[in-house]
Write a protein that binds this ligand. Structure first.
Ligand code: GLN
Length: 490
């Protein structure tokens, strides 16, 4: 009975008193235990989960259930600070860090009665597209190709957030997306992943990677669940001055799947001969569905698309190098004891950070250094403005954009990697929305010839998440993707 539940279904089970929150939580804790091979969880917060489930049951017995999330087992990327629960950002440097405060997004879920099962593995400080940069080892994708037994990456950086939902170890999860880290893993695991408009969601208490790009968002099995989570975590927060003062919206109740009369743009710069045929096929199918369901499709141009990736890989490391300067062994986290203060800083940072994080810090400090600042950082910022202008122009004529989410499906964990740029190319379709601060979603469309999930992306104008969710629901209801990975990990 309690298999592959959505938030909506879990909530209904509880309302109908077909199961207690404690029973449901217990089942999930057991499932997590049998799926250690997937390496999704860094910390399982069993005691806290049981306590929260009991509180839900108490409320239900008094007819005081709070809402959809009450009693629903969720899990969070280990980038969200959780009071009294280890929070590592998948880094050795934070491997002993237990916050005494709660991030705003997880606090919002808690206030709605959600049960926190634990903290999910991710790329170190959210830098990566494979989950292989984690200090705690890679997450394994629950999906396997029908051609061989290779273990596949779940995507990254929110790899644990995606794999855990796909393997049904939690009902839904939260991730963060700086350049694609919610949408790419959602695409690799057959799930819905939504990156909100920059400012829609508070960043307070979320370990910072690149502050002008980072946004938290849901990874879920359905568009409805993504809507429920989005409205839970959204809204102004006095503790984050970049969070928007707009009032929150009821995305779930306002879901309306009609696309009649909507104009949807297909950017020609996203078309390429390198795009695998199967991805192209589903892209075409999506265009056909949208047209048949009453939308008007037009080709549009975003001329600066090809400059997005290089600009991102200057801006994100620049901000990261500044954000990560706080990890010096003094206030919190790892401290390697040395004779002098300078040696302590040096040894703490060189032992505490992994290779990819060091690479980003070095690139970041280089592009910010005097002499190179104008040539790299300022230039990248100018490109960022041009990219935003491109989007502003197309959104004068269309309501949404429709593109593939990723240029490939999940690949083997042990794929030979000679050049980090090979991984950076994973973000080619996702990064532009981050640079422009726009909301974007990946929704599952089908399987490739090897049986692996393919996701498509929708992008709308700022704060048009309702439209994003509505079009997604239209596609979801027409496609009816209901494939699940076959369980091999027990
Ligand atoms: N893969 C991208 C990177 O490595 C995006 C990461 C993210 O969105 N957190 O920077």
């Amino acid at each position: 009975m309690i298999e592959n539940l959505t938030i909506e279904q879990t909530s209904k089970l509880l309302n109908d008193k077909q199961a207690s929150a404690l029973e449901i939580t217990d089942i999930y804790l057991k499932k997590i235990n049998t799926a250690k091979k997937l390496n999704c969880f860094i910390t399982v917060s069993e005691d806290k989960a049981i306590e929260a489930a009991k509180e839900t049951d108490e409320r239900i017995s008094k007819n005081k259930k709070i809402g959809f999330l009450d009693g629903v087992p969720l899990a969070y990327k280990d980038l969200f600070c959780t009071n009294d629960i280890l929070t590592t950002a998948s880094s050795k440097i934070l491997s002993n860090f237990t916050p005494t405060y709660e991030s705003t997004v997880t606090a919002n879920c808690k206030d709605q009665g959600a049960v926190v099962l634990g903290k999910l593995n991710c790329d170190e400080f959210a830098m990566g597209s494979t989950n292989k940069t984690s200090f705690y080892g890679p997450v394994i994708n629950p999906w396997k190709s029908i051609d061989n037994e290779d273990e596949l990456v779940p995507g990254g950086s929110s790899g644990g957030s995606a794999a855990s939902v796909a393997a049904d170890l939690c009902v839904a999860s939260l991730g963060t997306d700086t350049g694609g880290s919610i949408r790419q893993p959602a695409s690799f695991t057959g799930l819905v992943g939504l990156k909100p408009t920059y400012g829609r969601v508070s960043r307070w208490g979320t370990v910072a990677f690149a502050s002008s790009l980072d946004q938290a968002g849901p990874i879920a099995k359905t568009v409805e669940d993504a809507a429920i989570l989005l409205q839970t975590i959204s809204g102004h927060d006095n503790k984050d001055s970049t969070s928007s003062i707009r009032s929150n919206e009821n995305f779930y109740s306002n879901l309306d799947s009609s696309v009649k009369g909507l104009k949807i743009g297909v950017p020609k710069e996203y078309m390429s001969d390198d795009l695998p045929e199967e991805i192209q096929k589903f892209w075409n199918e999506g265009k056909k569905i949208l047209t048949e369901n009453g939308a008007e499709l037009t080709e549009v141009s975003l001329p600066s698309t090809k400059t997005a990736l290089p600009a991102y890989y200057i801006i994100a490391p620049a901000e990261a190098s500044s954000n990560l300067s706080r990890y010096d062994g003094v206030k919190y986290g790892l401290r390697v004891k040395e004779k002098s203060l300078t040696e302590m800083y040096e040894s703490t940072r060189s032992e505490g950070f992994g290779d990819e994080v060091k690479r980003r810090i070095m690139i970041g400090t280089y592009v910010l250094s005097s002499g190179y600042y104008d040539a790299y950082y300022i230039k990248a910022q100018k490109i960022r403005s041009i990219i935003k202008n491109d989007f502003d122009n197309v959104f004068k004529n269309v309501d949404a954009l429709f593109t593939p989410a990723t240029p490939n499906t999940a690949f083997p964990i042990n794929r030979e990697e000679t050049d980090p740029v090979q991984n950076y190319l994973n973000d080619i379709f996702t990064v532009p929305a981050n640079l422009a601060g726009l909301p974007a979603i990946s929704i599952p469309f089908g399987l490739d010839n090897s049986g692996l999930p393919i996701g498509m992306q929708l992008i709308t104008n700022s704060f048009q998440e309702q439209m994003l969710l509505n079009i997604s629901k239209n596609l979801q209801d027409t496609i009816n993707f209901n494939n699940r990975p076959t369980q091999w990990w027990k």
